[in-house]
Design a binder for this molecule. Structure first.
Ligand SMILES: [Zn+2]
Length: 783
């Protein structure tokens, strides 16, 4: 078996391989160069191995969050090039860290450089000339690692980068420290470092080694935690936005991820189409240029399997805060193993990535030889990730002036009337009346815009909020306030629709249920800036002391987590109902309402299988299904969200069919869109609905046809004719005509309520929350 050191050395071929060098050697290099102060020689600076007890990238080794914080704390004490700050406590109470890296002179004067940034990104604040600012400024880079906690290379790559910056004395390291300010977030989800790490260590040497934990790795969002970059519902998002993005507005962001293991070894931008149309093309071009330069460097260093223009698009602001805030966004996606356990991936099993073929060369996967297959482990992942991040830093340092010049231009043209957008396409302002039926949703809308650095004004005369588009982040405001028209992309001419990487709509007024009008001319006079809005506090809905359970599968559902977020935010108490309790039955004695969050029917029914332990296997199963039937027949209410509706239709033998079941994507397609619905005013479930334009979040959703109207009632219906599309993408619109989006079915003494949409989508659909509360409130009424 090759030693780890050999693997690491080979993995780091072409880099300076600093972490493989002894502290003594480094000390000698540093002393020769005379760059480090005698009081803080390199030998005094801790190595990752001195804290971890092993090298980053060692097989089957993952750090605990305490080890991560111990290392960065020690680095902060020892190195004048490092300044570590705690930005707050995570959702589960762990410290959330950022480490600043720059040369000593820069780090000692961070407020001065922050001021230069501000003058660069907001020309209204400039006290110095553009040329002076560019000459004096630094290229500010934010690196966020391991937001996705099963992408475990991201736990370790920050150690490698930190070590190279703190102890390195190569020309590249010196150039980075002199020309940039690096803000390194070692994990965007510290809780997940321990949730996944603890599971991994607990299952080592068992059949479950390398498997995904049977729980969400972010308490509320799981993998969706990187889809929160305009809603800011998670504490961790807010720390990075409030403490790093807002004060610094970095020029470049590097988001370190992993992808599946059977195609390319790493993805680096350019992204695929489509582009969110409000992103300044300077940022698309600079992201493309930087990505290609990184790819060039990796290939030069001997890395194979480097793919660009593949898989990942540039559409949803949910994932790309920086592109909407003046920063190039470099997403890297490195091939995965089984957590920190190596896999053998034979060349014959390598497949097609989206946009390239892993076995052959192409312009965006150039190779004299593609990756040859074979062993792939955590050392390889860390080597690719750290090589890519290092290449980014080297480029950013070398081209500091070009980056700052580009950044200054972005700022100037955001305020420029001669911007290439034509005036007819861009409203001069968005006007939001204060007379909204849901004042908390209105507050949330203003809070959300302000949190993304959008300036919101009072109107003159008073009575409305006004968002002018000519302001530093006006294009971002426009993206969130307008309806999206997602392009009709096909895999090939005449072929099936080309799947977007994420969803296609992000229209806040429809999600929140707030009326907003776009004004072509600046017809409303601007008053004072609205001071920062508090966080919305939601009034607890009147639920008549209903006893509520939310089903929690071991095959963890992100939607279940978001459901808990909404219940917690509204201070609605509930019990998490797991398989053992569900299967044991007698549910009616304990609960009035049971929520089945969005999850595929077969996952709900069968749950996990091998290699998980028996106690985690089997899902709801036959006993659980029988218990749910007895619960409803005894007077309980089951709320089935989105795909769980298909499960409920089958289990309860409901007089309802899914009109979309089995359709091909070429016949019907809507991958995350907002649809117009009509309310059934006679249903008690719509009594508290207030949104001015009733809209539901449709994503891999069913649409219902009622087969026995004596037992089932349509609560929400799609239009009888015409397209239901309000924002996003919809193919096959006629398939929805006349179907129901929400159905209330009488079963025995109880009810099953089918939601053919996600009523609590990623915490954002304030508009449809009342449809949850109304069904629960009715469940508490003894009948
Ligand atoms: Zn990821």
């Amino acid at each position: 078996m090759p030693s780890f050191r050999l693997l690491l050395a080979s993995a780091l071929t072409g880099l300076s391989a600093l972490c493989a060098l002894s502290a003594t050697v480094l000390h000698a290099q540093a002393a020769t160069a005379g760059k480090l102060r005698p009081a803080r020689t390199a030998s005094a600076i801790p190595t990752p191995a001195s804290v971890l007890g092993w090298e980053p990238g060692a097989d089957r080794k993952l750090p605990s969050w305490k080890q991560v914080t111990d290392y960065f704390t020690a680095l902060d004490k020892a190195s004048p090039r490092v300044s570590v700050r705690t930005l707050g406590k995570t959702t589960l109470g762990r410290p959330f860290l950022v480490a600043f890296f720059a040369d000593e002179a820069t780090l000692a004067h961070l407020p001065k450089y922050q001021k230069i940034q501000q003058e660069l990104w907001d020309p209204r604040l400039r006290k110095r000339t553009r040329d002076e600012l560019i000459a004096q400024g630094k290229n500010v880079i934010l690196i966020t690692s391991s937001i996705h906690s099963t992408e475990v290379g991201g736990f370790l790559t920050p150690f490698v980068i930190a070590d190279k910056l703190a102890r390195g004395d190569t020309p590249e390291a010196r150039s980075i420290l002199a020309n940039t300010i690096v803000m390194l977030v070692p994990s965007q989800n510290p809780d997940g470092v321990d949730i996944v790490g603890d599971w991994y260590r607990r299952t080592l040497d068992t059949p479950a080694e390398g498997s995904t934990p049977p729980a969400l790795y972010h308490f509320y969002s799981g993998h969706d935690n990187n889809r929160d970059w305009y809603a800011f519902s998670l504490k961790e998002t807010r720390y990075t936005v409030d403490s790093l993005y807002t004060p610094w507005v970095p020029q470049i962001v590097n988001d370190v991820h992993q992808q599946g293991g059977n195609a390319g070894r790493i993805f680096i931008p350019p992204y695929m189409d489509p582009l969110e149309p409000n992103i300044d093309p300077i940022l698309t071009a600079s992201t493309n240029a930087l990505g290609m330069a990184m790819s060039w460097r990796l290939i030069q260093d001997g890395k194979t399997g480097v793919a660009t223009n593949a898989a990942y698009d540039q559409w949803s602001p949910a994932r790309q805060y920086s592109l909407n805030h003046r920063g190039a966004r470099i997403l890297t996606e490195t091939a995965s193993a089984r957590l920190a356990t190596a896999v053998n991936m034979p060349f014959a099993l390598l497949g097609a990535g989206r946009g390239y073929e892993a076995k052959t060369q192409s312009w965006n996967h150039p190779a004299l030889w593609p990756w040859p297959g074979g062993r792939w482990g955590i050392g390889d992942i860390v080597a690719y990730q750290s090589s890519a991040t290092w290449a980014l830093l080297v480029e950013a340092a070398r081209d500091r002036t070009a980056w700052l010049s580009s950044y200054a231009t972005l700022a100037e043209r955001a305020l420029d009337d001669t911007h290439p957008w034509t005036p007819t396409e861009v409203p001069a302002q968005f006007v939001i009346s204060k007379a909204q039926k849901d004042p908390v949703a209105l507050q949330r809308l203003v809070w959300t815009l302000q949190h993304g650095q959008v300036e919101v004004h009072e109107s003159v005369p008073a009575g409305s909020y006004v968002v002018p588009t000519k302001q530093p982040f006006g294009a971002y405001a426009k993206a969130l306030l307008e309806a999206q028209a997602y392009p009709n992309l096909e895999e090939y001419p005449g072929g099936p629709p080309k799947r977007p990487y994420d969803v296609t709509a992000h229209t806040l007024p429809l999600l929140f249920g707030v009326a907003v009008t776009a004004e072509k001319s600046p017809s409303v006079q601007l008053g004072a800036l609205v001071p920062p809005m508090a966080e919305p506090t939601y009034p607890t809905p009147a639920l008549g002391n209903a006893r509520i359970a939310i089903y929690q599968s071991y095959s963890a559902s992100m939607d279940e987590g978001w459901t808990r977020w909404v219940f917690d935010a509204n201070k609605v108490p509930f019990t998490s109902l797991k398989d053992a309790e569900l299967r044991a039955g007698n549910l009616r004695a304990k609960y009035d309402a049971i929520v089945l969050p969005d999850q595929a029917a077969n996952q709900l029914a069968r749950g996990l299988a091998a290699p998980y332990a028996d106690s985690l296997r089997g899902g709801i199963g036959a006993n659980g299904a029988a218990a749910l039937k007895a619960f409803v027949e005894g007077g309980g209410t089951v709320l089935a969200f989105n795909e769980a509706s298909d499960y409920a239709i089958d289990v309860f033998a409901l007089p309802v069919t899914d009109a979309l079941r089995g359709l091909k994507s070429s016949d019907f397609y809507a991958p995350g869109s907002l649809f117009r619905v009509d309310l059934n005013a006679a249903s008690p479930l719509t009594a508290t609905f207030t949104a001015p334009t009733p809209a539901v979040w449709f994503e891999e959703s069913p649409a219902f046809t009622i087969t026995d109207p004596s037992r089932a009632t349509a609560v929400l219906q799609y239009p009888a004719s015409g397209s239901a599309l309000l924002s996003g993408w919809l193919l096959g619109a006629p398939r929805l005509n006349g179907t129901a989006a929400m159905v209330d079915v009488r079963v025995g003494q109880g009810h099953v309520v089918l939601y053919g949409f996600r009523p609590q989508y990623r915490s954002q659909t304030n508009a449809t929350w009342p449809l949850i509360w109304s069904a629960i409130a009715r469940s508490a009424v003894r009948q």
